[in-house]
Design a binder for this molecule. Structure first.
Ligand SMILES: [Cu+2]
Length: 164
């Protein structure tokens, strides 16, 4: 039989406390829609004098067994949203608009800053400041439309550059 000691009472409490601390410092959010898990939509603060901004997603996981596609996006903070792909042309970084982004079955596609894909916010209607939140509606071929909340933040690597 287990004796009820101070330690046996305090240990689960410490565990719970640690759990809540960890979940708050991780600072992430996400949405599940059908087979898709949309992980942490974020944007970097916009740069003064630059008309466009960029939004990112830590990842879109297609947990299903059928491929899906991201077809486009829209938001109140920008005139329109383009899907962009970054490619290296020798040493030159180029960005091109793509008609859609493939989301293969059982795969995580990242749309992170400095990564292959991102959402380009064309003609911002207001500047994006660190700590702001705004909604963006993503349109998927199979999963349909899903609105997610975007957190404006300076990435841990400090990069706010979006070369265009
Ligand atoms: Cu771009």
């Amino acid at each position: 039989m287990q004796r009820l000691t101070f330690r046996s009472i305090i240990r689960p409490l410490v565990g719970c406390f640690a759990f809540f601390c960890i979940t708050t410092v991780v600072y992430a959010h996400g949405t599940k829609t059908g087979d898709l898990v949309i992980d942490h939509p974020y944007a970097t603060p916009s740069l003064s004098g630059v008309p466009n901004g960029a939004a990112y997603l830590r990842g879109i996981e297609n947990t299903g067994s059928t491929a899906d596609k991201l077809l486009g996006a829209s938001t109140e903070v920008a005139e329109r949203v383009e899907l962009h792909r970054m490619t290296m042309d020798g040493n030159i970084m180029r960005m091109r608009e793509v008609p859609n982004i493939e989301l293969p079955a059982k795969t995580v596609v990242k749309l992170r800053h400095n990564g292959e894909y991102h959402l380009m916010l064309m003609n911002l209607k207001r500047p994006l400041k660190d700590g702001d939140r705004f909604d963006i509606t993503l349109e998927f071929q199979r999963a349909g439309k899903q609105t997610v909340n975007v957190w404006v933040q300076i990435p841990r690597d400090g990069s706010t550059e979006h070369k265009h």
